[in-house]
Design a binder for this molecule. Sequence first.
Ligand SMILES: NC(=O)c1ccc[n+]([C@@H]2O[C@H](COP(=O)([O-])OP(=O)(O)OC[C@H]3O[C@@H](n4cnc5c(N)ncnc54)[C@H](O)[C@@H]3O)[C@@H](O)[C@H]2O)c1
Length: 664
Amino acid sequence: MDTRERIQELADRVVALRDAYYQGSPLVADAEYDAVEDELRALIAAHPELAPDPNPLDQVGAPSVLHAPIRHSRPMLSLEKATKPEQVAAFFDRFPGQPVVVMPKLDGLSLALVYEQGRLVRAITRGDGTTGDDVTVLVRALTDGIPDRVGATGRVEVRGEAVMLRSTFTAYNVAHPDKPLINPRGAAAGTLRAKDPATVAERRLVFFAFDLDTEIAAETAADLADALRSLGFTAAEMRHCADPDAALAAITEIEQRRNDLDYDLDGAVLRLSDRDAYAAAGTRSSSPRGALAYKFAAEEKTTVLADVVWDVGKTGKIAPVAHLEPVFVGGTTVTRATLANQEVIRARGIRIGDTVLVRRAGDVIPFVAGVLDESKRTGAEREIVPPSACPSCGQPLTEQGNSRELFCTNVSCPAQTVRRLIHWASRAAADIEAVGPVWIERLAEAGILENPSDIYTLTKERLLEFDRIGEVSATRMVESIDAARGVGLRRALIGLAIPMASEGTATRLCRAGFGSLEEVADAGEERLVAVEDIGPKVAASLIEHLTRLRPEMERLRARGVSLDVREEDLPPVVAADAPLAGKTVVVTGSINDPRSGEKIPRPTFQRLCEKAGATTASSVSASTDLLITGADVGASKLTKAEKHGVEVVDQSVIWQQLIAAGLA
Ligand SMILES: NC(=O)c1ccc[n+]([C@@H]2O[C@H](COP(=O)([O-])OP(=O)(O)OC[C@H]3O[C@@H](n4cnc5c(N)ncnc54)[C@H](O)[C@@H]3O)[C@@H](O)[C@H]2O)c1
């Protein structure tokens, strides 16, 4: 094929892929689409005389389709893309002496919000960059972080990105396994295409502002962030960078924090910080010259679903695991992914042999989001058939719940036994550091381990009977088992993997005054359901399984394992003058110890707040006293805090108090 033909083929493909994408049913992952665009761009750059007319690369988005089209006051453009440090240096070289701001590139959909005399009059999507859809009604009903009124007169236009939080996306898919959303960005766009806000009420969005058009606009982008905040918006975080090294450091930092955020980022945006210089730089056909998007590794890719294997979990749940042709996604090579349950497989229409979209974003385990392009099927694809018997022990399975999850109820099923033992030894439970999954499997296969209590009978001599183990390792394992006898009530409850009883259940039982595992087993339904968040189903499961586990409790006790409540299981003792005494607090954003700059896991910081007398909660409500904010805070909690009149304090204030009280 000659170059002219190849260019035409690529241009046609770009148009076809865009059409499908902007109608809400993409045919390929973004990374694949970007590769087509990149090849086309490179060919046109090398042969400008062969550029197609019209050139799809000069166009932005797609024409508005659904609602009333509205003309933008100035075009809403795309951004020039970069993936290499040299391109960042070249951007600085184009504008000598001009400082640049670096900000996260949020992966949602852009909106223009028009305020007149302080009131929101219109919210408009990007559309084809010249005209967009009027989505004012939907935005008012469904988007957090967009004030109805701002303290400014005249005409004010704010631009930014509306995103669906990962937590909203996950919660929606858990609640609707029959019609799961593929990814947060597509879901956000779909939300703003709804005919009636009431039908998409669970699909809330959050708005982050990054641009402002008004006479009161600030001189520089740093002031721009302040100006946006003073109008009541959550502004994208903006850092000033004087040279390429500083910009690259800021980009790296944003990429490192990407996994800790509750929303998707697909890159970082560099932009001239001086407003006049930015305006003077002008625009190309589809992008401003004064900005650049540095793209991160894709969190979604397509690959072939090679097989589905049904895995038996510690509670007997039989879960489908996707075996994939290796694919580099979310920063690692993925060969396995979750498929949730048979209802999700049915709803997503997935078959073995299909080209599927795999998503790995944040701390979420990779999962198969769905099939994008069914027309790629060859006919050789096979249906995914759930097993009728347990793949490990062969016993018939039972179906539970609306998602028709499959369970093996045979408590002596070999696969379940191994999983339960591995779970017992894990850090969240008995924490037997030197006895890992591989050894547990070997020992269970040899018939030496069946119950957790058997672990505590292992001797060095016994271990040395196995191949590939030396004196040193055997000693280390036995010492590690010995050192881990102080399990206590909370971790024992977690370790026994009682169906429906979560870590939270274990914590609440300890805090409700239960002194030992036997006391929980004897409590009876009435006393159990009196504990916060424990309902009749969880109580029934606790009673059934702890009754069955009586002999095991006796064996654990006989082998010196503590099953009584321990100090670590209870809330810390707090002095009456502790800085946060009696306060209910919610912690949001990413937390850093100001002394070392080190990132602190949120639960660790919450524990520090508890030591200082606070009760911690996960969501903001009228009973919240303080919202403690770290870096990169989402707008939804802030909006709720405002609604309930909750005081918002920066983490630095709390750190000072904790340090002054000798608690941190
Ligand atoms: N899968 C497919 O078939 C397919 C087809 C077409 C397009 N796409 C995807 O759609 C996207 C194409 O969109 P695009 O070329 O307009 O670029 P883009 O969406 O990647 O970048 C431009 C957008 O970035 C957003 N943005 C986020 N944070 C920003 C910030 N801080 N400052 C300025 N802007 C910010 C703005 O909304 C702006 O419109 C690409 O990611 C592409 O992969 C996919």
